[in-house]
Design a binder for this molecule. Sequence first.
Ligand code: ATP
Length: 381
Amino acid sequence: MAEVILENICKTYGNNFHAIDQLNLSVEDGEFLILVGPSGCGKSTALRMIAGLEDVTSGSLRIGGVDVVDMPPKDRDIAMVFQSYALYPHMTVFENIAFSMRLAGKPKAERRKRVDEIAKTLQLTSLLDSKPANLSGGQRQRVAMGRAMVREPAAFLMDEPLSNLDAKLRVQMRAEITSLQKQLGVTTIYVTHDQTEAMTMGDRVAVLKGGVLQQVDTPKRLYESPVNAFVAGFIGSPSMNLFEATLTGDELTSGTFGVHLQDAAFVRRPGLRSYAGRKVVFGIRPEHLYDSSLESGRKYQTIPAKVTSIEELGSEHIVHLNIDAVRVDSGDPDAVEDYGLTSNAVAKFEPDSAVRSGSEIRLALDDSKLHFFDPETHLAI
Ligand code: ATP
C-alpha cells in the first residue's frame, strides 16, 4: 500500500515564518491528489517535504506505512516531475528514460524492454533516438513522465509540470496525465496554482492558504459546498461574487439590492436564522446570474444592474456589471484582479444574450444557489 500520510506537519523558515502550519493529509493508495492555492501558500514546500528535498520542522510523514521524516530522498520510493522537466540534454530520449535503471545496474535487455513499454504508453516510440532539444514542449513533458515511471515508485510527486506549456497543449496534457495516472494506479500528489487544472485532474483537491489547509474534498464538493469564503472565491472561474448584506426576516438587503429568500434556504442552513437583524456575507456564482430577457432567466427574481463590459467567448459571455450591493473580497489575491475597477459583479450569460456594454438590465438570480458565510470568520453557514 502506498498511502502518503502527513500528520501535524509544520515548516518554519527562520525564527517564526510558518510556511506550513499543522498540515494533516491522507492520500490514499492510487489516489490523484492536487495541492492548490495562490502563490506563496506553501504548496511547493509541502511537496518538497514529502520528497525529502526540504526538512520537516515537526510532525510525522509516512509513505507506504514507512516513517520517512529522516530518510534521504533517494530512499523514499518516490519519483518527482518538475516544471523544468530536468532532462539531460546530451542524452537521447531512450537514455533519459533509462537513466535510473542504468544507475541501478539493470542489464541492458531489461532496460530496453522496460523503456520500450513506457515509450509505447507515452507515444514516444518514434522519438527514442531524439535529443530533448529536438522535441516539442509536450513531448519533453512526456519524457519527464517516462523518467518518473521507469522507477515504478510508490508515489509520483509533480510540481506544476504543465506550467511551461502553451494553453492548448496544457489542456491536452492535463487529460493525458489524468488518464495515465488512472492507468498506472500510482498514488500521485500534484501541485498547481491553477484551479481549473486542480478541478479537472484531481480525485480530491486540497486547498491551501497561508500555509494552512482550508479544505480537502472532491472537485464537486469543493464547488458546491466550500467551507469558507476563500475556497468559494478560489474555486470556480470567474470567481464567485461575494457581497455583504443584512438579513431581515426573509429579506436579504445590501444597498438598494434586495432578494427574498425562500423557506428552503433556511431549511438547508438551520444556522442562517440566527443572523436575522445582522450582517451576513452571501455569494453567487457567475453561472447562477442570468439575463432576465432570456428564457433561462425568466423564472427568477430580478435586480437592476448596469453592464460595464462584456467578454464574448463564443460559447458564453462573461458580463461585468455594477449592482448596488457591497462587494466583499474572498481573500484570494488572484480573484480580485478578475474584476477590474468598474464592475462589482460578474455573470456568465448564454451567447444569445443581446445585452450591450453600458445598458441597464434586470439581472435574474437563482436564489437557491446562494452561499452564506459569517462576516467575521468567513466560515460557511
Ligand atoms: P508558488 O506558487 O509561488 O511557487 P508556493 O505555494 O509553492 O508558491 P512555496 O514556494 O511553498 O509557495 O513558499 C511558501 C512560503 O515560504 C512563501 O512565502 C515563500 O516565500 C517562503 N519560502 C519558501 N522557501 C523559503 C526559504 N528557503 N526561506 C525562507 N522562506 C521561504
